[in-house]
Design a protein around this ligand. Structure first.
Ligand code: ZN
Ligand code: ZN
Length: 277
């Protein structure tokens, strides 16, 4: 078809009838999918599609195709951004709550999740409350299985591996043991990293730098590096608990972050002779 040319409604109707019930070959489908990638759907097309629903069969197909597939951090950020400030209808709230109940999620957790996805900011009090609810709780075997499946085939970043090895040799078992000082240090860092604010900061840094190393341009497998070290901020603001950082804006300043790939990140830390991100 000639680009930009419009077909007459009769021609479109003829084509539609000729194609009805016919299935495109795998090759053709691959071509169609490739040509559709990255295409911006016009408002007219959007309006045409609005209100149309997938059949249950299609939904099951999509579900099966996606099962166990890991979601990339980019998609996660996109999903999170799309959900923000979205107005959830009472009906959707009810559905979310019901699906949560089926999966054995507590009502508090569902409320927190709804609030999170609608872009509401949690107060420090709410965060502390949620933390108290979750404290000492362990995921069920079903949840652990889901996590395992989601992580299958995914490679851990060098940062994650470093993190794991450091957390594995805790306390007096570690050659770094300095009578509890080091343990307190890593405990605080890990607690800060577990905060939703930290995850948001990291996501914002990734998004701003488009997942691209700002030193060499490598895309994808990247880290969010603190320009002013986390420990530097901890010392400066005399932080002793992760909760204290929530109200401390410099911790969540996107300008204090930069996206670096693994080798550039390591080089940066070697230069600074500090091991934490
Ligand atoms: Zn790099
Ligand atoms: Zn770093």
């Amino acid at each position: 078809m000639v680009k930009g040319s419009k077909m007459s409604p009769e021609t479109i109707e003829k084509m539609r009838l000729a194609h009805t019930g016919k299935q495109a070959s795998l090759e053709t489908r691959a071509k169609m999918s490739k040509s559709a990638m990255g295409r911006i759907v016009s408002e007219v097309t959007r309006a045409k599609l609005r209100g149309r629903k997938h059949t249950d069969e299609t939904k099951a197909k999509i579900g099966n195709a996606n099962r166990g597939r890991p979601i990339s951090i980019e998609t996660r950020i996109k999903c999170s951004a799309a959900g923000k400030r979205r107005v959830v209808t009472d009906n959707t709230r009810r559905l979310l709550s019901e699906s949560g109940k089926r999966h054995g999620v507590s009502p508090q957790c569902i409320q927190a999740s709804i609030a999170y996805h609608t872009g509401c900011k949690h107060t420090a009090e709410q965060i502390a409350k949620h933390a108290a609810i979750m404290r000492g709780r362990h995921p069920s075997e079903a949840t652990r299985l889901r996590i395992r499946l989601a992580l299958k085939g995914k490679h851990k970043s060098a940062e994650a591996r470093l993190h794991m090895s450091q957390s594995a040799k805790k306390g007096s078992a570690s050659h770094l043991w300095k009578g509890g000082v080091q343990e307190a240090h890593w405990g605080l860092h890990n607690a800060i990293r577990d905060l939703p604010q930290y995850k948001k900061w990291r996501g914002d840094v990734f998004a701003r730098d488009n997942f691209t190393c700002q030193h060499c341009g490598q895309y994808g497998h990247v880290h969010a590096h603190h320009i002013e070290q986390l420990q530097g901020l901890v010392n400066k603001y005399q932080i002793t608990t992760a909760q204290q950082t929530i109200m401390c804006d410099p911790f969540w300043d996107v300008n204090n972050g930069i996206v670096l790939c693994d080798p550039c990140h390591r080089a940066e830390h070697r230069m600074k002779k500090v091991v934490n991100a």
